[in-house]
Design a protein around this ligand. Structure first.
Ligand code: BEZ
Length: 187
């Protein structure tokens, strides 16, 4: 997706805890839109092929969680992890990994991922349609920086991971910060 492009409007079906419901499973549906997540804020979005899958679970999501405070220092207000999984799966994944800072977005129908041009087939793994791995810095709903793994392909045999890592995005943000500081400095 080119930079400066506005992200599409999509409604996500989330499950939120609500103690007023009582009982063993006090959750209700809450529809949240891209405007709720992205309007008026500078955020990092990263999207991956599946909750509970190895690279996503052992590296990408835990590393974003660990580095969350570093993103905050770079002027990022929120970090979002999106996957073509439903809200039950995304909530269970976040709980299993003890995620507290990164917010998980369930794109169960794949509508957002499709409109971003990032929906790929993973039928070779029995997954159906999923997200190609990418990340973006999004400022007030507009893509400011784009980090897409190379080789976007249906039924890709490999799973490239590096460009969309939190380490790479942070390095880019720090470089931009330094460049801005020196261009604003005394001459
Ligand atoms: C992984 O995160 O390692 C992974 C993602 C999709 C399919 C298989 C593995």
């Amino acid at each position: 997706m080119p930079v400066k492009k506005k992200i599409p409007f999509v409604a996500f079906h989330t499950r939120v805890r609500d103690e007023t419901i009582g009982g063993p499973n006090p959750y209700r549906w809450e529809v949240k839109t891209t405007e709720d997540y992205f309007s008026g804020k500078r955020v990092v979005l990263f999207s991956l092929p599946g909750a509970f899958t190895p690279t996503c679970s052992t590296r990408q999501l835990p590393d974003f969680e660990k580095l969350y405070d570093e993103f905050r220092k770079q002027g990022i207000e929120s970090v979002y992890c999106l996957s073509v999984n439903d809200a039950f799966v995304m909530n269970a994944w976040g709980k299993a990994l003890g995620v507290e800072k990164v917010k998980l977005i369930p794109d169960g129908s794949g509508e957002f991922t499709r409109k971003m041009g990032m929906l790929v087939a993973k039928d070779n793994l029995g997954f159906g349609m999923r997200s190609w791995r990418y990340a973006a810095v999004v400022n007030d709903g507009v893509v400011e920086r784009w980090f897409e793994e190379g080789g976007l392909l249906d039924n890709c045999e490999s799973d490239p991971y590096g460009v969309s890592s939190p380490q790479n995005i942070l390095e880019t943000l720090r470089t931009l910060d330094t460049a801005t500081a020196s261009s604003n400095g005394p001459d």
